[in-house]
Design a protein around this ligand. Structure first.
Ligand SMILES: *[C@@H]1O[C@H](CO)[C@@H](O)[C@H](O)[C@H]1NC(C)=O
Ligand SMILES: *[C@@H]1O[C@H](CO)[C@@H](O)[C@H](O)[C@H]1NC(C)=O
Ligand SMILES: *[C@@H]1O[C@H](CO)[C@@H](O)[C@H](O)[C@H]1NC(C)=O
Ligand SMILES: *[C@@H]1O[C@H](CO)[C@@H](O)[C@H](O)[C@H]1NC(C)=O
Length: 156
C-alpha cells in the first residue's frame, strides 16, 4: 500500500522523487521528508525560512546557509537533537520554487518519537508564513515521513 501510494505520488509530482531521494541508510533512525510547492522565487522562500529559524533561536540553531540550502539543528529536549535541512529548487518555468525539508534524528537516540521530525519541519514552514501564500502545496506520506500518522505538534 505504501509503495503504491509512493508511485502515485511520483507520477503526480513528476521529477520530484529524483531530487528527494535523500534517506538515511540506517532505517531504524527516525526521519521526515516533506515537499512544498510555492509560487514564489526561491530567494524569497530562502529568506522566509532563515528569518523564521532565527526567530526560533531557543530551539533551532542555524548552520550553513546558501541560496539553495539551509542547514539547522533542532533541540527537542536536553541532549536530543535533530538535523534539519531545507533545499530549494527553482521551478523549470515561471517563478515557482520547490522546497524540500528533511529532518533526521541523531543515531544515538533513534527510538525517539518519529513525529518530532515532522513537527520540526512544519513549525518552521508554518511560522514563516509560506503556508499562507497563494499556490502553496504540501506533499508527504507516512512512508517518507515516519510518524506522520500520529503527529501532534506542540503549538508554539
Ligand atoms: C549540528 O549538529 C551536527 C552533528 O552534531 C554538527 O556537526 C553541526 O556542527 C551542528 N550544526 C550547528 C549549526 O550547530
Ligand atoms: C544536511 O546537509 C548537509 C550539506 O549538504 C549534509 O552534509 C548533511 O548530511 C545533511 N543532513 C541531513 C540530515 O541530511
Ligand atoms: C519510527 O518509525 C519506524 C518505522 O515505521 C518504527 O519502526 C519505529 O518504531 C518508530 N519509532 C517510534 C518511536 O515511534
Ligand atoms: C500548521 O498550520 C496548520 C494549518 O493552519 C495547522 O493545522 C498545524 O497544526 C500547524 N502545525 C504546526 C506545527 O504549527
Amino acid at each position: 500500500m505504501a509503495v503504491r501510494t509512493l508511485l502515485v505520488a511520483c507520477t503526480l509530482f513528476l521529477g520530484m522523487c529524483l531530487i528527494t531521494s535523500s534517506r538515511p541508510t540506517e532505517t531504524t533512525q527516525a526521519f521526515c521528508n516533506i515537499e512544498w510547492l510555492l509560487a514564489l522565487p526561491c530567494a524569497q522562500v530562502n529568506k522566509a525560512i532563515v528569518t523564521e529559524i532565527k526567530s526560533l533561536k531557543n530551539i533551532y540553531k542555524l548552520g550553513t546557509v546558501t541560496p539553495l540550502q539551509i542547514q539547522a539543528n533542532h533541540t527537542s529536549a536536553p541532549g536530543q537533537m535533530e538535523q534539519v535541512n531545507f533545499t530549494m529548487t527553482p521551478a523549470a518555468m515561471g517563478e515557482g520554487c520547490r522546497l524540500h525539508g528533511f529532518s533526521m534524528s541523531a543515531v544515538w537516540y533513534s527510538s525517539f518519537s518519529n513525529s518530532t521530525n515532522y513537527c520540526n519541519l512544519q513549525t518552521v514552514v508554518n511560522g514563516s508564513g509560506l503556508t499562507k501564500t497563494p499556490g502553496f502545496m504540501e506533499f508527504t506520506n507516512e512512508w517518507r515521513c515516519l510518524g506522520l500518522e500520529d503527529a501532534a505538534c506542540p503549538s508554539k
